[in-house]
Design a protein around this ligand. Sequence first.
Ligand code: PEP
Ligand code: MG
Length: 592
Amino acid sequence: MSIQVFGTPVSRGVAIGRAVLVASSRVDVAHYFIGIDRIESEIDRLRQARDGVAAEFGALKNELPAEAPHELAALLDVHLMLLHDESLIGATKAWISDRHYNAEWALSAQLEVLARQFDEMEDAYLRERKADVEQVVERLLRELRPSAVGAAAAGAPATQAARDFGGEDPLVLVANDVAPADMLQFKRSVFTGFVTDVGGRTSHTAIVARSMDIPAVVGAREASRLIRQDDWIVIDGDAGVVIVDPSPIVLEEYRFRQRQSELERARLDRLRHTPAVTLDGQAVELLANIELPGDAAGALEAGAVGVGLFRSEFLFMNRGGNVPGEDEQFEAYRDAVIALQGLPVTIRTVDIGADKPLERGSAQEHRYDHGLNPALGLRAIRWSLSEPGMFRQQLRAILRASAYGKVRILIPMVAHLGEVRMTFEALTRARQQLDDAGRAYSQVEVGAMVEVPAAAVMIDRFLRHFDFVSIGTNDLIQYTLAIDRADEAVAHLYDPWHPAVLQLLHHTISRANALGRAVSVCGEMAGDVAFTELLLAMGLRSFSMHPARIASIKQRVLRADTRQLAAHLEQVLDSDAPAEVLRLALQGRTWH
Ligand code: PEP
Ligand code: MG
């Protein structure tokens, strides 16, 4: 029977496919299809890993000192038995030969199946044996030596053979949580959509999903418990609904919607190179948000006139906590700058912390590991200033990239004038170091993110120091309303229409305009068509968003008349129901 699970819609569109359940801690396991000719060698790889682990367990058992508790030997016996159990190894082989999953994927798929069976057991002792299976799988995963195909897939995660392997059903990922760093693994993945139990609309996992332009629902609480490995599911990324085992009628309806959105996409695509100018002749700058230098080409293709936000922290992830060195960073920034062919690239200094931990692992796990309240803790510029050597290293790398094109530096989460002073001191020192080393660099503009209410309230003072500001509405909303943006339990209170948020936005945009400083919005509101007219009415002329959102926003800009919009602004700002007032105003009606 078909069931529905409700969550928060975070990335539009409809995905229909078979569920692949992945434990949060194993989302980074390589997922790729193998060709028919590789099935035997893949099973062989599994067999070798099994033999390797069995030999290790056997040796451990033999070396146990006589005085060791006998439970230890018994535990090793259980693990050895599991290693040869058909329900683990036999079934894993079946995932490889029937579904053409690589061995790691097959193992984690089978672990999910077994874990459920254990969870459903009445007997508490047997239920706890799940941990043994998990430990054995963990060992096997470590033991599996990468195959040539696997090595390529690890470099270009989960891309390949998916499409080569024609006739395969589309797949959607279901997990309790996916860390932002792991989302990067899905950039060109086999998955056509995903669902997670936790997360909010502007959690970084959701942001990366939007940048990939794949339908996604987060905060669907029970999803990973209710959905079973291989179930057919529909992800409705517009409504935030997941339908498990849909009836043929429902399926047909969704297939129809899928075709409609493909047509709409193709239509919008034609606007790619049309300049974004309003009906009354106001030019609007539509910039791209990117996570990695490889995204830069896509930004240009989508019609962006520059990069408004390069989230540099993604270069720092998936490296076991080690930060990339100056040369490596420089090369990444330079590649993005060259790809933009003279258009500006705004590189934000690292914004590590909160739901973007340095080390890998789910955001959920880390939320409680790193400080009591990481969103209010050592994050972004606070973290950079606490690691001055690392900060100057990043500044030098960015400055060096400025020799190759137009670079702007953006500082995240500034709240104190002391932070401003220390940032500029670090910049001066970084320039001196480059001078001493005889390295080339050019003039760069320096801007601040306005994402803490303090910065918005005292924007005039900030603007004495910075060349430009970029409003990070994701955090501005989080900090103004005291809502953890990654926490699904308070997702219903996360409200971009809140009058306090609108006032801070309006104040920041109008003061920057009055003082002749460039101002942009780079939070998710910039790519949401519900806010385009309102932001234009506030005087905003620069929007930065995922490349996939540019065409839709451009369409709204082309149809807007900023003079008419400005006339409604006061009414919207004064209202207790601003969204409704704006909607009626756009229809030429008034609200009572
Ligand atoms: C924001 O806070 O709006 C923003 C753009 O930065 P991030 O989403 O990376 O925190
Ligand atoms: Mg932010």
